[in-house]
Design a binder for this molecule. Sequence first.
Ligand code: GTP
Ligand code: MG
Length: 203
Amino acid sequence: MEINWDAFLAPYAQAVEELKVKLRGIRKQYRQGNTHVPIEFVTGRVKPADSILAKADLRHIALENLESEMQDIAGLRIMCQFVEDIQDVVKMLKKRKDFTIIDEKDYVMHKKESGYRSYHVVIEYPVQLINGEKKILAEIQIRTLAMNFWATIEHSLNYKYQDELPQEISERLERAAEAAFQLDEEMSQIREEIQEAQHLFSY
Ligand code: GTP
Ligand code: MG
């Protein structure tokens, strides 16, 4: 099957641009209020054609079924300061009326074998095209800065070694993921203690 990639990817690119604006808008709204801002920053990307083909091959996805079976052609990431922020962001996403959540995976509480943690939400997002509405799938990954730090480096190392890292290295990366998570928990603890102290002083 011959795919016209520009045409195929256009609605995904449109969705990523719109969702970046919308999710960054949430951050702006929080900043205007006098409350803690649960979103630190937002990124987005469209999966390049060569990566789509490689993944389709690996996962045995027929090219005819890309739209329904590859959920991360449009990808968004929301980075949070604290682990607790992740649930707040997910709750907020669930209340929105501009897309539907069709799947979620909690790799924050249930880490992957690699050590990876993040909360994944798959949404169905309607894009308005000149010839009507098209619903596309997009994957939103919600994670802390520490989880993002680990995932970014682990991904680039795995990429360099074509996913064939020696066992010993994989084990060290897993321990590094645990260290990142402990750092997250320590930051939450520190924050909690500061809040308690502020509460006491305000009387
Ligand atoms: P694929 O989407 O086919 O990869 O499998 P899946 O749907 O079972 O995966 P899942 O939804 O759990 O995760 C997909 C995405 O999460 C990947 O494209 C990565 O962005 C991220 N991810 C998952 N596991 C890891 C990991 O071990 N390391 C890093 N760096 N990222 C991961
Ligand atoms: Mg997936």
